[in-house]
Structures are given as C-alpha cells and as structure tokens.
Write a protein that binds this ligand. Structure first.
Ligand code: C5P
Length: 239
C-alpha cells in the first residue's frame, strides 16, 4: 500500500469553500479526508457526498453515541452518503456498537464502511479522566474499551499513538488502529495532550494517522502533507 494511504487530513472547518479547496489541493497527497462534527454540523451529508468524489476516501468522524436504535439509523445514513469509515464511542456499550454495524451494513450492502470505536479522546489525560470520576489510567481504559469494540465486531479503534503498540500486540494485524494527536517534531501541540510524531506512530503500529492543524494551518499544506508521507514511508518500508 502507498504510504499516503496511511495519512488522513482532518478538514475541521465550517467554511465549505475552504474544505473544498483544501481537499482539492490535498487529494493526490492523502488517502483519507476526515469530516468531523464542525464541518458536518455546518454542511451535512451533502459535503460528504461531494468529497467522496475527490479521490481519497471519506472518514466521517461523528463519534456516534446514543441509544442503539438511534445509532443504527444514523450509521445507516452515514453509510448512504458515501463515508468509507465511521466513528462511534465505545462508551455507548455493546448493544450500541452492534447496532452501528447492523445499520451501516443495511445501507451499504457489500461494501460497508469501516467502523472504529473512539476509546479515550486524546485531549484527555489522567487528571481529566479523574474529573470524570474514571479511576483507570488512559491506557487501561483504552484496553478495556478496545476489547469491547473487538468483541462487538468493530473493525478497530481510534486511540492515541501511545497506546498503539500495546493494541497491535494484543489485537493482531487485522485490527485497525486510527491515531489522532499526531505532531511532526516541529509543530505546536495545540490542545492535544498525548502527541507522537508520524514516524513514532507508524513504528508503534498505527494504520491511519489523523493530522489536522499541522497540515491545514501550515503555510504550504501540500508540502506539509508530503513531508508527513515521506516520514511515514521512511518509518516503515512496507507502507
Ligand atoms: O488538528 P489536530 O491534528 O489536532 O486534529 C485532530 C483531529 O482528530 C480532530 O478532528 C479531532 O476531532 C480528531 N480526534 C482526536 N482525538 C480522538 C478522536 C478524534 O483528536 N480521540
């Protein structure tokens, strides 16, 4: 697989024209375009349908979390608008995770989107978890929720690259590991607390690296994406 297939750019903006022009510029340099809550709440399924024609696959990151019946129908709608990967919160529990798979399969037939579970947001550290009355460490929580995701039939998880090596070891090669919180050595960390460089993330076993601001806020986003792809490819020659 080409190294760029492992890079996903997060199109976090409410400005449709910005999303369109950024996607156009980056289409040949990334494998995935991520539409998250900000862009989706502004432009909805029409934006996903439009971006699905640009070349890279669309990762619709809505982090679904509701009762199973609602998530089932929402996942069906996400599949219908052309998303190739969806996120659900592992915290929604087994019934909700299974319902998401069922809903996505109903509408996408033979080629359903990948469904990955958000474990612990990379903006949360131990202190933030403790404020939420969760006593486990981020690593322990990620592992417990990844077990649930795997047992429920999901394709993989979203997790910090810091957890990627343990997840890869415990869940094997077919388990998809999607890692945000990626920062090239020269970038600001912004509001991400548990960051890793692209090379470190790849070596730890990440499959898809989600990168937002280090690309989109760069003076030259195409150069920034190309340099990350080079770093990915240098870190793992099989990529
Ligand atoms: O700009 P930055 O590289 O921090 O963007 C990271 C993207 O990954 C954002 O769209 C954010 O919503 C998403 N994300 C995350 N942590 C998770 C899941 C998704 O940062 N656990």
């Amino acid at each position: 697989m080409n190294a760029k297939e492992h890079l996903c750019v997060a199109l976090d903006s409410s400005d449709r024209e910005w999303s369109r022009s950024t996607a156009t510029a980056l289409a040949d340099h990334v494998g995935w375009l991520k539409v998250g809550l900000e862009a989706f709440s502004a432009h909805g399924p029409a934006l996903v349908e439009e971006l699905a024609d640009f070349g890279p696959r669309v990762f619709l990151d809505l982090k679904l979390h509701d009762i199973p019946a609602t998530v089932k129908r929402a996942a069906a709608n996400c599949a219908a608008c052309g998303a190739s990967m969806l996120t659900v919160h592992a915290a929604g529990g087994r019934g909700m995770l299974e319902a998401a798979i069922e809903g996505a399969r109903q509408r996408a037939g033979n080629n359903p989107p990948k469904i990955v579970a958000v474990t612990v947001l990379t903006s949360l550290d131990s202190a933030a978890l403790s404020e939420l009355a969760i006593d486990k460490s981020p690593a322990d929580l990620v592992r417990s929720w990844a077990v649930l995701a795997s047992e429920s039939g999901l394709d993989g998880v979203v997790a910090s690259a810091h957890e990627a090596a343990a997840l890869r070891r415990d869940f094997g090669e077919d388990f998809l590991i999607v890692t945000p919180g990626i920062r090239p050595a020269s970038s600001a960390t912004d509001d991400q607390r548990r960051v890793m460089t692209p090379a470190e993330a790849v070596r730890a076993g990440a499959d898809v690296l989600v990168v937002g601001r280090p690309i989109t806020a760069a003076g030259d986003p195409v150069e920034a994406a190309k340099s990350i792809v080079e770093e990915i490819s240098a870190a793992d020659s099989t990529f």
